[in-house]
Design a binder for this molecule. Structure first.
Ligand code: FAD
Length: 283
């Protein structure tokens, strides 16, 4: 973890662009509560294939105008170079300084007719088109990307993104801290020293968490799954257990030198605020 201890800690909160009026109102409240913690930035997801293109843009511009930096996610699957060029130009015009560059996942059955196959090609393209205008963050999978044949191949592919010019990394969420430590160790052995910020998913209910984890390849250890199942409909117990577990995970990561935390907020403030309060962290 030596490489990571040298970096200043970065704290960030991720939102998805709201689809409804009600969602938009909710996000305003969530944003204002989390903004009090003065994170380094808020990030806003992007629907693969461009499905949220305008909404992501509007949400990013709105957040940035309120005084804390916003970073759009940009996924390249099913996109053309022209599409991406235009999006980059729009963000440059708005003074956006940071982008989370991804491949994205198309809904199953949908074929990609785009000009990019993998995120390393997007990172290369952003650098080619905009030089050092943006800080580029890329994704990493300490528990291995679900479509990857094995950890070695996945790591080689991850390295391509770093070599293409990524400045920092945000990981998929995980509940096995050792997976993160091993991943950072592999990075160090391969000369990768950029910040690798752990992605943190608060636990508020388990059915959705299981579904989500199944899709994105995050492991829910058996003991954790069994405990969560045992709480049944008792939401308060799920939340209390989740809070203790995720707080301990964050504490362990930070104590060992993780360069900050990135929270998948799911557009809710309370679970993230509760963890940060327990950590006694005023970001
Ligand atoms: P890649 O780095 O392209 O990797 C995808 C797979 O292809 C891996 O198995 C990898 O091993 C393999 N691979 C990579 N490069 C090569 C290559 N050159 N040759 C052969 N194989 C290769 N999705 C969204 O749609 N919108 C979002 O806003 C979004 N935000 C995210 C934020 C974070 C922090 C994370 C961790 C994920 C996010 N995702 C988002 C999900 C992400 O798009 C998926 O996990 C997707 O499956 C992979 O994206 P990637 O950028 O890691 O892809």
């Amino acid at each position: 973890m030596q490489s990571q201890k040298k970096h200043p800690q970065l704290f960030s909160f991720e939102f998805y662009p709201p689809k409804t009026e009600e969602g938009t109102e909710n996000l305003k409240i969530v944003h204002s509560k989390l903004a009090e913690l003065k994170p380094d930035f808020f990030s806003v997801t992007f629907g693969a294939g461009g499905s949220t293109r305008d909404k992501t843009f509007d949400t990013v511009v709105d957040i940035q105008a309120k005084g804390i930096a916003a970073a759009p996610h940009l996924s390249c699957v099913a996109s053309t170079k022209e599409n991406i060029r235009e999006i980059l130009k729009n963000y440059q015009d708005k003074g956006i300084a940071r982008i989370v560059a991804l491949r994205g996942d198309l809904p199953s059955g949908m074929m990609s007719a785009g000009e990019f196959r993998h995120a390393n090609e997007l990172v290369e393209f952003i650098r080619l088109e905009t030089s050092d205008c943006f800080q580029i963050h890329v994704a990493a999978y300490p528990e291995v990307h679900p479509q990857s044949v094995n950890a070695t191949e996945d790591f080689k592919n991850f390295k391509r993104k770093v070599e293409a010019g990524a400045n920092a990394v945000i990981t998929q969420y995980f509940y096995n801290a050792d997976a993160y430590f091993y991943f950072v160790d592999t990075c160090e052995k391969n000369g990768i020293r950029i910040p690798i910020v752990p992605g943190i998913m608060p636990i508020t209910q388990y059915a959705q968490l299981f579904r989500f984890s199944e899709m994105c390849g995050a492991d829910i250890p058996r003991w954790m799954r069994k405990r969560l199942e045992g709480f049944g409909d008792d939401r308060a117990s799920v939340q209390a257990f989740g809070l203790e577990l995720v707080t301990n995970l964050c504490q362990r990561l930070l104590d060992n030198g993780a360069p900050g935390l990135h929270f998948y907020t799911m557009n809710q403030s309370a679970p993230t605020l509760a963890i940060l309060e327990q950590l006694k962290l005023n970001t």
